[in-house]
Write a new protein. Structure first.
Length: 134
């Protein structure tokens, strides 16, 4: 895993919803928008799984995820890639349910998708676009 720098974390926190990409075992891509995503620590991101269908199936088949974030004010953009696990019981899941209910009492999370950040790329247009940061 890699530690997310402050500017990456700030950009993640500013953008909502965030498009997340997964792929099935045969490589069929899927992109979904998520609104309930937060940073747990410098290496880990939590996504509340409220409505995943294809995304959940893809994570079970191929536990890799990618998403891109953009800050219009700073013009910074980053692509984050990592491995993801679905947690359906225990403290992490219970904390996720409590967090979701504090924001959206009408939702009932099916799982907590825990993303372990493995790579970060510059997604800002220009000469460094696509370069690996970490």
């Amino acid at each position: 895993m890699v530690k997310m720098p402050a500017d990456v974390k700030e950009t993640i926190e500013k953008q909502k919803p965030i498009p997340i990409a997964t792929a099935s075992a045969d490589g069929t891509p899927n992109v979904a928008l998520v609104g309930l995503l937060k940073i747990l620590d410098d290496e880990t991101i939590l996504i509340a799984n409220n409505y995943f269908k294809k995304t959940e199936a893809n994570i079970i088949e191929n536990p890799k995820i990618s998403f891109v974030v953009y800050d219009a004010a700073t013009k910074k953009a980053f692509q984050i890639k990592g491995s993801v696990e679905l947690v359906t019981s225990g403290k992490i899941f219970e904390d996720t349910v409590e967090w979701v209910h504090s924001r959206r009492p009408d939702l009932s999370p099916k799982s907590a998708a825990i993303v372990h950040v493995e790579e970060i790329y510059d997604s800002k247009s220009g000469q460094h676009a696509g370069e690996k940061i970490l």
